[in-house]
Design a protein around this ligand. Structure first.
Ligand code: NAD
Ligand code: IPM
Ligand code: MN
Length: 353
């Protein structure tokens, strides 16, 4: 089959990691007889430099016309001084909204060969670590009104409508049915009104899924539980802000933030696939970034947007076999061990597919 993919490499390490992911995708095409056609478009700092805006209309149009979207990462110190409307990050938030991608799936799984890269004591991860953060992506304090008073006080309006919570909650319960039938809803209902709406709504939605166990946890406790007993989590259902923070935390227990992929999806098959990490300006241009999060994001694209489960399995198995053979980029290597470059890691995974 033929698939049209909009590719936004973005900033910092974005181009390096996306190139490796496309290398792996090309290998999938060769092996399984698919044609992946790439349409490269600009977002973030690269778009600001070329077109004066972090999200050109042309980029939105290309994404809407595609079967799926791949993104590297956006942002960097070069653009940090810009007003919020013009920042690279605004381009990312804008494309999520424009494509209606209200579900952000972030699977944190500890690959067995990486147990030594996990910062937790072995007894803490005895039950394994295989959880799915199901993060709401187009609401919350991210998208509420922002302004500054004359005296300089800053405001970001945090809000959640019942409908917004309902639709993400349904997705989380459906996801749990494909996993271990357990949802943990994370909020701050002891303090925030948005969280009380969140919890009441999740409680109502939960009644439609009597086969799925549900529990409720305050976000501060959840942050603590993630490092003391991560094996208790199956699907973690969260709002936009809490999900952003908890998924970075979950990623580091899988060995590195360079391991964690994500899928942003909505009502249709059109999704956007990106690593959860940023543009890593500190290591950009050095060919040392870990491309695995982006490669695994491509696997999620094959699974969720194209319904190509065997192809997705092949990519994930290739990553596992390369890790099992002891190959590591710097972020997951043991001290003193030789680290592979980003492109060497991409070559090995592509070869293993
Ligand atoms: P970051 O995720 O870019 O980097 C945090 C740390 O993790 C750095 O030390 C970095 O070197 C390391 N790291 C990240 N990805 C890695 C990889 N693949 N391999 C090895 N190491 C990796 O977060 P930050 O430094 O807080 O943000 C940098 C810029 O990225 C900011 O402009 C931020 O707004 C942006 N950002 C973008 C996205 C995105 O595009 N989705 C996500 C997060 C941050
Ligand atoms: C992420 C990033 C973004 C977010 C930023 C860059 C807007 O941190 O994708 O995790 O907060 O969603
Ligand atoms: Mn983040």
């Amino acid at each position: 089959m033929k698939f049209d993919i909009a590719v936004m490499k973005g900033d910092g390490i974005g181009p390096e990691i996306v190139d490796e992911a496309l290398k792996c995708l090309d290998k999938v095409g060769e092996k399984f007889g698919h044609e992946f056609v790439y349409d490269e478009v600009l977002i973030g700092g690269a778009a600001i430099d070329a077109a004066g805006t972090p999200l050109p209309q042309e980029t939105i149009d290309a994404c809407l016309a595609s079967d799926s979207v791949i993104l590297g990462a956006v942002g960097g110190p070069k653009w940090d001084g810009l007003p919020s409307e013009k920042r690279p990050e605004k381009g990312l938030l804008g494309i999520r909204k424009a494509l209606g991608l209200f579900v952000n799936l972030r699977p944190a799984k500890l690959y067995a060969p990486l147990a030594d890269a996990c910062p937790l004591k072995p007894e803490r991860i005895a039950d394994g670590l295989d959880l799915m953060v199901c993060r709401e992506l187009t609401g919350d304090v991210y998208f509420g009104a922002k302004h500054r008073d004359e005296d300089g006080t800053g405001h970001d309006d945090m809000n959640y409508s019942i409908a917004e919570v309902e639709r993400i909650a349904h997705r989380a319960f459906q996801m749990a049915r494909q996993r271990r039938n357990h949802v943990t809803s994370v909020d701050k209902a002891n303090v925030l009104e948005t969280s009380r709406v969140w919890r009441e709504t999740v409680e109502r939605v939960a009644a439609d899924y009597p086969d799925v166990a549900v529990d409720y946890m305050y976000v501060d406790n959840a942050a603590m539980q993630l490092v003391t007993n991560p094996g208790q989590f199956d699907v973690m259902l969260t709002g936009n802000l809490f999900g952003d923070i908890l998924s970075d935390e979950a990623s580091c227990i899988t060995g590195s933030i360079g391991m964690l992929p994500s899928a942003s999806i909505g009502e249709t098959n059109l999704g956007m696939y990106e690593p959860i990490h940023g543009s890593a300006p500190d290591i950009a241009g050095k060919n040392i970034a870990n491309p695995i999060a982006t490669v695994l994001s491509v696997a999620m694209m094959l699974r969720y947007s194209f319904d190509l489960a065997s192809e997705a399995d092949a990519v994930e198995a290739a990553v596992n076999s390369v890790l099992e053979a002891g190959h590591r980029t710097g972020d997951i290597a043991k001290t003193g061990e030789r680290a592979l470059s980003c492109s060497e890691m991409g070559d090995l995974i592509a070869a293993a597919i």
